[in-house]
Write a protein that binds this ligand. Structure first.
Ligand code: ADP
Ligand code: MG
Length: 568
């Protein structure tokens, strides 16, 4: 490996040359405590900045093994180091000057969730951090002095102050690791106590605004009703009281604007871990939970929705249902069936984002439109069997539809942001009233396994002389937080509501390309399993199928991987 001084010499030698001469700097250089990798160099000062990484040796980084010897602690440490490095990088960004993106020094700043990311990876104690540098130029002429500042003054400080145990404030690191272990403990406790979710007292559930995921100031802290309260003995924090939502069917009821959807949203996000100060640190949901909603217009391929939809007027087969443009009810049915395929044990639904005709059919409607003219078996008639026969729990927000009181095990009312257990009162209100149909015949779990179409692993392009075609890898591109394209196919996942980070979308795009190149002909469940195995063995970068691992990828759950391929 070349030394830092060799890099300095090469750099000085290209000063004032034209910009592409920067390309000669690619490679790895030893800086003593760490290795600097110059992985991808931008073609001109206005293009996306160059991609670099540093790898700090285990002995130099010197973090105690207890900080990274479990997957959850490792993820917490990586997240912590990324945020520390990012603060350092922020101090130096644009301190070196020049045209276009000259002097940019940036890392991806994560949101409120702690996710495994390619931006920072801890492997057996060594720390790799990936970031971007805008190589400086005056016009299109190399300014080597300014890049020398970045590589030999700024980055060494970022590494020194951001990535070494020696300079890490110990109480903050301890808090991070303890939080991670406490959260993991709660996840294990959910299973042991038969709970679908836990919401600690004092949690701050609402967010600052529709576009900010930070906690709302002066919000009413969550408080469990006494009847649902459980106290967990966390290994570090000690006793924490909160609402334990038992497995089964739970309704969140209440008037408009009383905080129902806010609680459900927090539960949706509770499949992920949150950073200290988020307000949802101890809101923990069964990690397989899937938010279900109507999604008019989505694509459905070969899905068995016959549990809910049969005898369509067109005579279409609903055991292998395909459409490019599903209706509200068929899309919601498909979303449930696919969530079951993805191993979900908990469905989260909000009446507001559900298709009304999918949820219930009232008596008057049943009297007027006879059952054999209605293809839909409403969810009301399947929910109890889903739990009793398949072990799939439900948390449902209801504002107007009382019929679900009949099948609910628990009813929580949100009353001016206060949770109350109104189960007894709701059950009492049912007495003497005729119950609607609550269970439909022919309950069955959808069983068919689907092969997915992953054809076309590469695209062809005319060579420079235009006389033949060369094959090249499909281009991967992300648009905004939820959409991407692979080759000429685009996908928008905006209604996959538990996709919370643009980095996950980016990772899904790479997964699609990886699957097209390596996993063609497999069934959906095999594709998801193969992708997760690759990530487990090689890290998240393993799905890129190239030597250079890009920054900016975050790990989605298996449920989101299924959701992505199911819409592809
Ligand atoms: P619902 O679904 O019952 O109609 P929402 O959950 O949408 O109500 O909440 C309505 C409004 O109240 C939102 O703007 C939300 O940010 C705010 N809100 C929710 N929970 C709290 C709370 N605990 N403290 C303060 N404001 C809250
Ligand atoms: Mg609402």
């Amino acid at each position: 490996m070349r030394t830092a001084e060799e890099l300095r010499t090469s750099l000085r030698a290209i000063d004032r040359r034209s910009y592409p001469a920067y390309k000669s700097l690619a490679g790895s250089f030893s800086f003593g405590r760490y290795i600097l990798n110059i992985e991808h160099i931008q073609g001109d000062p206005f293009a996306a900045p160059s991609q670099l990484s540093v790898t700090v040796d285990r002995r130099a980084a010197a973090f105690p093994a207890a900080c990274y010897d479990t997957p959850w602690n490792r993820a917490a440490l990586e997240d912590y180091l990324l945020r520390r490095f990012s603060r350092q990088a922020g101090r130096f960004s644009h301190q070196a000057k020049g045209s276009g993106k000259s002097g940019v020094l940036a890392v991806n700043i994560p949101g409120q969730e702690v996710l495994e990311r390619t931006d920072c990876e801890v492997r057996s104690g060594s720390v790799t951090l990936r970031f971007e540098v805008g190589f400086p130029a005056n016009g299109r002429t190399i300014n080597a002095r300014e890049l020398e500042k970045i590589l030999f003054e700024f980055i060494p400080v970022c590494v020194e102050q951001g990535l070494l145990y020696a300079t890490t404030p110990k109480p903050e690191l301890t808090q991070t690791i303890h939080l991670s272990e406490d959260r993991h403990f709660i996840r294990d406790e959910l299973a042991r106590l038969g709970l679908a979710a836990f919401v600690a007292d004092g949690s701050i559930l609402p967010r600052e605004s529709g576009v900010s995921d930070r906690p709302m100031e002066n919000a009413v802290p969550f408080q469990s009703p006494a009847s649902l309260a459980v106290t967990l003995e966390l290994p570090h924090r000690g006793p924490v009281r909160g609402m334990g939502i038992p497995r089964g069917i739970t309704l969140i009821a209440g008037g408009g604007y009383h905080g129902k959807s806010t609680l459900l949203k927090a539960l949706e996000r509770g499949v992920y871990d949150h950073i200290a100060g988020d307000g949802r640190e101890y809101v923990i949901t069964d990690s397989t939970a899937v938010k279900i909603r109507a999604e008019d217009g989505r694509k459905v391929t070969d899905t068995d929705i016959s549990l809910f939809i049969n005898h369509l007027p067109s005579g279409r087969d609903t055991t292998r249902f395909s459409t490019l443009d599903a209706s509200g009810s068929t899309s919601q049915a498909a979303n449930i069936v696919e969530a079951l395929e993805a191993g979900s044990r908990l469905l989260l639904m909000d009446e507001d984002t559900s298709a009304t005709n999918f949820m219930v059919r009232d008596e008057l409607m049943q009297a007027v439109i006879s059952r054999d003219r209605e293809p839909i078996t409403p969810f009301l008639e399947r929910a109890a069997d889903l739990y009793q026969k398949a072990g799939v729990s439900l948390i449902l927000v209801v504002g107007s539809c009382g019929a679900y009181f009949h099948i609910a095990d628990h009813v929580v009312q949100m009353d001016a942001y206060c949770a109350k257990d109104i189960t007894a009162c709701a059950k009492a209100a049912l007495e003497g009233r005729p119950a609607p149909a609550l269970s439909a015949p022919h309950f069955h779990l959808p069983a068919n396994r689907r092969a997915i179409d992953l054809s076309g692993a590469s695209q062809t392009r005319r060579n420079y002389r235009g006389d033949s075609y060369v094959r090249e890898r499909l281009k991967v591109k992300r648009f905004g937080k939820t959409a991407f394209s692979v080759g000429d196919r685009e996908l928008d996942l905006r209604y996959v509501e538990q996709l919370v980070d643009g980095g996950q979308t980016q990772a899904l795009a790479y997964m699609v390309r990886y699957a097209r190149e390596n996993l063609a002909g497999l069934h959906m469940d095999e594709v998801a399993a193969a992708l997760m195995k690759t990530v487990k063995e090689k890290g998240l970068g393993g799905i890129c199928g190239s030597n250079v691992i890009p920054a900016g990828l975050a790990l989605p759950r298996p449920q989101e991987i299924f959701a992505c391929f199911n819409r592809y």
